[in-house]
Design a binder for this molecule. Structure first.
Ligand SMILES: O=C(O)CCC(=O)C(=O)O
Length: 260
């Protein structure tokens, strides 16, 4: 399965510009390689313009659904749609929407752990459910940015058979060592692929780390983005490697469920 991870800058509080950029980048990715699955970064529509979300968030994610469904069908690719600011009822959620090759909406995940350091909880409501969806028959899950600091949350879908973790992010550069270590740790402990797409560029409060990464179930980084530039990261993954690593080091069987 060929992955394309779209590492981009995101215009602060300007969905129109971001929609144009993301559509161009998706068209660029599929024109360059025979891609199966595309992943986008966190809040690629609004960035962290939290105080204006009432004005600029996407009502029920309709705008994002329409674009991502159209492009996934047109190019017969799976799209893990990063995340968008999604208005639902009285709340605004940081929500990841996924689509299969037929343009069908197959997964929704709203970020559960809101980063108080960036005052996210003041503007965004937290999701309550973890996610499971199938990409070309492979059980997968999504977590968003700060979520990767909570291994017990990430673990849950892997106990139910997930093999790939998709991570859209807007991770700041001053904690880039955490980003790298946490992604590798989540891959090693869950013996899964971790496909993590971070943004680059700056907003009024932060410079972002880039370094999007694809980590295999052995914990090896098989592709990595630069820290400053927009780029599309390509890598081939083999879900059979998940089974091989789990057979070699059977940590799932060796868990002490009698103790915890
Ligand atoms: O956990 C961190 O250090 C960064 C998390 C973050 O930037 C986010 O969740 O948007």
């Amino acid at each position: 399965m060929k992955i394309a991870c779209i590492q981009v800058d995101v215009h602060f509080g300007n969905p129109d510009k971001n929609y144009e950029n993301i559509e161009n980048k998706i068209r660029d990715a599929v024109s360059k390689q025979n891609v199966d699955t595309i992943i986008l970064p966190e809040l690629w529509d609004t960035a962290y313009d939290l105080s204006r979300l009432n004005e600029i968030s996407d009502s029920n994610g309709e705008r994002a659904k329409s674009l991502l469904s159209k492009l996934s069908k047109e190019f017969a690719v799976n799209i893990i749609g990063g995340s968008i600011a999604c208005r639902e009822g009285n709340g605004i959620y940081n929500t990841s929407l996924s689509f299969n090759r037929k343009g069908e909406h197959i997964g929704t995940y709203s970020k559960a752990h809101l980063i108080t350091l960036m005052e996210e909880e003041k503007y965004i409501s937290s999701g309550k459910n973890s996610s499971m969806f199938k990409i070309d028959g492979i059980l997968s899950t999504a977590a968003i940015c700060y979520d990767i600091r909570f291994p017990e949350w990430i673990r849950a879908p892997f106990l139910k058979g997930a093999k790939i973790l998709f991570v859209p992010a807007q991770w700041p550069i001053q904690r880039q060592t955490h980003w790298r270590a946490l992604l590798m740790a989540r891959a090693i402990e869950n013996q899964c692929y971790v496909i993590a797409c971070n943004r680059v560029g700056q907003d009024p409060n932060n410079t972002f780390a880039g370094q999007s990464m694809i980590v295999d179930p052995w914990g090896d980084i098989i592709a990595q983005g630069s820290s400053g530039d927009e780029e599309i990261l390509f890598a081939d993954i083999s879900p059979e490697l998940v089974e091989e690593v789990r057979a070699k080091v059977p940590v799932f069987n060796d868990r002490r469920t009698d103790l915890y």
